[in-house]
Every structure is written in structure tokens, then in C-alpha cells.
Write a protein that binds this ligand. Structure first.
Ligand code: R5P
Length: 324
């Protein structure tokens, strides 16, 4: 397999060490004087399986560069190209609304048209993406990672809170990994012209853990934490898979009893942030789990091909010619 990591994702490559015969594919992304993007491959990929590790988040040159690279690999004879996109951007635009773009479906079609065979990602926003994408998606869950970190916090009777209904499944999975001794509560969220308004269902203790997929502006979590604080939560720990950290409003979270924010490194930007209280959880163990899974598939396929080769094909005998 030849791996093509975009520079910002080099740290993910070593998590794929379980895969046999990995080679790193060299390529460059350039621009013509008029700013059109072009890709140059410095590796022969004929009949090779390829894996691109990239981000398709804005700036939109990321998406275009990715599409051009995938298309180039196909043009140069790659047998198959998968995409490891730790954060699957555009997955939140998955609701069918008259007169509005349905970006999740649109991006899925673009990937498919650029000959991407499958996408491996972490914690997709919802399962809708699986229906809207014309290619398979392998979704890695951070629940085990989160449960392990929550245990390390040693919280007395924690309540685990889903900040909206969409986060319920995530919370339940994490609680399954955590084991017994926790309460669950959830919020119903409504976006209003002036922001986000939420209603709490369930009781909360002094120690609260919130689990969500994305921290973007922080608006959802701020609305949630204000209510939790008013209901007696004194120590709030936020766990999010993808830290977009757009703008600076999310910093107010530390004013509403948030003690720590945990997020994975699915988005490389988190390594440039020097914010006290922000803790980064590498996605490396999840990628290793994926490469383990892929290795097993490869071994199974090898075994099946071997068994097929061993089956002796018995040609049917020619029927005797009938005499007239
Ligand atoms: C929404 O349904 C997501 O799960 C997140 O809660 C949301 O996208 C976070 O965005 P923000 O931080 O801007 O409220």
C-alpha cells in the first residue's frame, strides 16, 4: 500500500505501522500563476492500493487538492484509493431543506467521482452520511478513548450529559465502555436567531462530563453549561471528538464551571493551540485499530484466494456422440 499523507497529517502515519509493506508516496501540490491548483506525483502507483490522509475542511483548497490527488492516482493506474479523513467536513450539512444545498451528499459524490473507493473517518456527525455518500464509510469511535480518560479523572458519581439528542448514542457508547456508576442526562437543543436554546432532561450531580462530536464556536456547549451550572454542576469536563475552535467564544466555557476540555487530534490545528485546560487525545489508537482490521481483511482475502487455487476444477466429460 502506498500512503499519501498531506503534510499536516504526518503524525498519523506511524499509527499505520501494522499494515504490511507500506510505502510513503511523495507528491507536491502547486499553483499556476492564475492560482489554479495542480498535483505532481513522484511515485509510481501502477496496480497499487493507495491511501490518502488528508483534511477536506476549509480552506477549500484542501478539498480541491484532495480530489485532484485522488484523480491523479487513478489516472496513473492505482488499483484502488481509500481516504483517511480523520474529520469528515461537510457532514453536518445533511438535512434536506428546500432550496438549500445538501453538502454532505454533494461532497460524497465529488469523492466518488474522483475515484475514492472508501472513506475511513472518526466519529461522523450522524449516520445520515452513510446514506448520503455513494461510497462506504468506516467510522472509528472514540468512546473507549473517552471512557479511559474519564476514569482517570476519578469523579464521584458523575453525570454524563448529551448536549443534544444527536449526542445520545455517543454518550451511551461511552457509558458502556466506562462501566457502571454513572447517571445519564440529555438536552434538547433549538437553534434560534439569537443563538442556541436548550432544555435539560434528567438530574445532574456536582461532577458532570459532556460528550459531543464537534466543538466549533462553542455556542452549543456554552448554552448547555450555563444550564448545568444553574442546576448545581460544579465541575464540568467537556469531551469532544473534533476541535474546530472557531472564533473565541468557546473560551467563555471556562467561566461556566468547565475545568477541562478534552479533544482528539483529528484536526491538526489543536497542536498549535496553547490554551490552559485544553487536553489533546491522539487518535493513534483508533487508527491502529483500523489498520489491524485492514490487515485481517487482507489475510482473510489471501487465505480465500489460496483456498480457491487449491480447488481442483473437474472438467465435465464429453457426452458420447449419438449414432444416427
Ligand atoms: C451539532 O449538532 C453538533 O453535534 C455540535 O454540537 C455543533 O456542531 C457544535 O457547534 P458549535 O460549537 O458552533 O455550537
Amino acid at each position: 500500500m502506498v500512503i499519501f499523507p498531506f503534510p499536516q497529517y504526518k503524525y498519523v502515519v506511524k499509527s499505520l505501522k501494522l499494515l504490511p509493506e507500506i510505502k510513503i508516496g511523495k507528491f507536491s501540490v502547486g499553483r499556476f500563476p492564475n492560482q489554479e491548483i495542480f498535483i505532481e506525483l513522484q511515485k509510481d502507483v501502477k496496480n497499487k492500493d493507495c491511501l490518502i490522509i488528508c483534511s477536506i475542511t476549509p480552506p477549500d483548497e484542501n478539498l480541491i487538492s484532495f480530489l485532484l490527488l485522488s484523480h491523479t492516482l487513478k489516472k496513473e493506474g492505482a488499483s484502488r484509493t481509500a481516504a483517511l479523513l480523520p474529520y469528515l467536513a461537510y457532514a453536518r450539512q445533511d438535512k434536506e431543506k428546500k432550496g438549500e444545498s445538501l453538502a454532505t451528499a454533494s461532497v460524497g459524490e465529488l469523492l466518488s467521482a474522483a475515484h475514492v473507493s472508501e472513506v475511513i473517518t472518526v466519529d461522523t456527525h450522524s449516520h445520515k452520511v452513510e446514506d448520503l455518500f455513494p461510497i462506504p464509510i468506516y467510522n472509528l469511535s472514540p468512546s473507549k478513548l473517552f471512557a479511559q480518560e474519564i476514569k482517570k479523572l476519578n469523579l464521584k458519581n458523575p453525570t454524563i450529559v448529551a448536549p443534544d439528542e444527536g449526542a445520545m448514542e455517543r454518550v451511551q457508547k461511552t457509558v458502556e465502555e466506562y462501566g457502571s456508576g454513572v447517571e445519564i442526562a440529555f438536552m434538547k437543543k433549538k437553534r434560534t436567531p439569537s443563538g442556541v436554546s436548550s432544555v435539560l432532561y434528567g438530574h445532574v450531580s456536582k461532577n458532570v462530563v459532556i460528550i459531543d462530536d464537534i466543538l466549533d464556536t462553542g455556542g452549543t456547549l456554552l448554552a448547555c453549561c450555563k444550564i448545568l451550572k444553574s442546576k448545581g454542576a460544579q465541575n464540568i469536563y467537556v469531551f469532544v471528538t473534533h476541535g474546530l475552535f472557531t472564533g473565541s467564544d468557546w473560551l467563555y466555557l471556562f467561566d461556566v464551571n468547565v475545568k477541562k476540555i478534552y479533544c482528539t487530534d483529528s484536526i491538526p490545528k489543536v497542536y498549535t493551540m496553547k490554551q490552559k485546560g485544553l487536553n489533546i487525545l491522539p487518535i493513534a489508537p483508533l487508527i491502529e485499530e483500523y489498520s489491524h482490521h485492514l490487515r485481517k481483511i487482507q489475510q482473510d482475502l489471501k487465505r480465500i484466494y489460496h483456498e480457491i487455487e487449491e480447488v481442483k476444477i473437474i472438467e465435465p466429460e464429453e457426452p458420447p456422440l449419438l449414432e444416427e
